[in-house]
Design a protein around this ligand. Structure first.
Ligand code: NAD
Length: 432
């Protein structure tokens, strides 16, 4: 099939590369000229395991193309996927849909034969209705069908998640579009993905309900961890003990920092706002948002306690600053709150991240980037393990940290407290 991905970010690039790999002709379009030029030179703008090989392979065999020409790319395609960003609106909680509606306006003049317009971006319920309205102002309704096909991939596991999804959700009542999209996804369905055809509004809501539920699981276990710290119980025992119940499931039950990233924070806020818009109080989600907001301050307080209130001039090393491992995505990472707060209190921050130096800290004083774990931890008073990269899982702290009085705050519970105790290392975890 001839496909066009509008927006070549995490979702558009990964799904475009994967669709081309299963035999489709894909044009990935972006308005960011540099991004497109880089991609044509084989430079991948994001860190995502396996993506570079997949892009290079399919670009070489000409099934994957890159362009900044939206109109031309849309007119050449049968199925158009909208994969642009839907961030939180400035000074509010709702999703900012300007990128989506701009795309809808821009593509109107390129629809002269039947096309399926698919929203892969996460959009609030009824957005599909709006897109349909915008398109039908200029195009006959016979020439297009607006479908919702939310994406569930996780950064860091995106290619695997796209290729082996638990389910493919297609929101449309149009039989022709359903048939075409089922055919497009048939290589994934034959590998075991469940195919769900539902209404467009239901598909839009499934995505938000999924993310809100996962955010709730994380927040729930984080609150349990707070209780465990008070009663000398190990949160890991609780996660295993409840996770083995199939009704609950063991995933997303690891206590740690506040949830962050490009999806959960904005999507929980957007669905709570949608609830309000339709006079439905989504009180569980609202309290998850509140609890998660408090989480970073709470962990910051723990850092202060670990340092016995003496933060001034303390050398604090962050291992990992992204919102989770295996991604370079800094959006809504808890480090963006914790690092400036510690600097304000007089700390000197040094950090290492496997995906490199971050522009987000460029304007701060008293912060430096080390390009290896050993140089990052060498002179630290406190080492904060902020993300769970494999690179951080077998560090010989005793050998590599020169300051003998160093402490470790392991926010991901990677290391064994008893082994650390035996090694005489002052070690603190979360919920244990
Ligand atoms: N990142 C994830 O893990 C993930 C997972 C599932 C769903 N989603 C959803 O998918 C959507 C995209 O997320 P993302 O993380 O890929 O975003 P992103 O910010 O990485 O990429 C969006 C891209 O769209 C481009 N763009 C914006 N307007 C354009 C236009 N008019 N024409 C061409 N290009 C345009 C931008 O330049 C950017 O490169 C969001 O709604 C998000 O919630 C994201």
């Amino acid at each position: 099939m001839k496909l066009c991905m509008i927006g070549t970010g995490y979702v558009g690039l990964v799904s475009g590369a994967c669709f081309s790999d299963i035999g489709n002709d894909v044009i990935c379009v972006d308005r960011d000229f540099k991004k497109v030029e880089d991609l044509k030179k084989g430079i991948i703008p994001i860190y995502e395991p396996g993506l570079e090989e997949l892009v290079l392979k399919n670009y070489k065999n000409k099934r994957l193309k890159f362009s900044t020409n939206l109109k031309d790319s849309v007119s050449k395609s049968d199925v158009v996927f909208i994969c642009v960003g839907t961030p939180t609106i400035k000074n509010g909680n709702d999703a900012d849909l300007s990128q989506i509606y701009n795309v809808a306006k821009e593509i109107r003049s390129s629809i002269s034969k039947f096309k399926i317009i698919v929203t892969k971006s996460t959009v609030p319920v009824t957005t599909g209705d709006e897109i349909e309205k915008i398109l039908s102002q200029k195009v006959s309704k016979k020439l297009f069908s607006v479908v919702s096909n939310p994406e569930f991939l996780r950064e860091g596991e995106a290619i695997r998640d796209f290729t082996y999804p638990d389910r493919v959700v297609i929101g449309t009542k149009d039989k022709k579009s359903n048939k075409i999209l089922k055919n497009l996804y048939s290589p994934l369905i034959s590998k075991g993905a469940k195919y769900i055809n539902t209404s467009r509004r239901a598909a839009e809501l499934i995505k938000y309900a999924s993310n809100a539920f996962l955010a709730t699981k994380i927040t729930f276990i984080n609150e349990m961890a707070n209780l465990c710290e008070k009663i000398d119980v190990n949160i890991e025992d609780i996660s295993i003990g409840i996770g083995l119940d199939k009704r609950i499931g063991g995933r997303f039950l690891r206590a740690g920092p506040a949830y962050g990233g490009s999806c959960f924070p904005k999507d929980t806020k957007a669905i709570a706002t949608t609830g309000d818009k339709f006079q439905t109080n989504l009180s569980v989600i609202k309290s998850v948002i509140k609890s998660n907001k408090k989480r970073s301050s709470l962990l910051l307080k723990r850092v202060l306690n670990i340092l016995k209130g003496k933060v001034k001039n303390k050398k604090i090393c962050f291992l990992g600053v992204t919102f989770k491992a295996n991604t370079d995505d800094m959006r809504d990472s808890s480090s963006l709150f914790m690092i400036p707060s510690l600097i304000k209190k007089g700390a000197k921050i040094n950090y290492f991240d496997p995906t490199g130096k971050k522009n987000d800290f460029e304007k701060l004083k008293n912060i430096s980037f080390s390009n290896s774990i050993t140089s990052a931890i060498k002179n630290a008073d406190l080492i904060i393990i902020h993300t769970e990269w494999n690179d951080f899982k077998s560090i010989n702290f005793k050998k590599d940290v020169k300051n003998k009085k160093f402490k470790i705050f392991d926010m991901r519970n990677i290391y064994s407290p008893s082994k650390m105790k035996k090694a005489n290392v002052k070690y603190f975890g979360v919920g244990r």
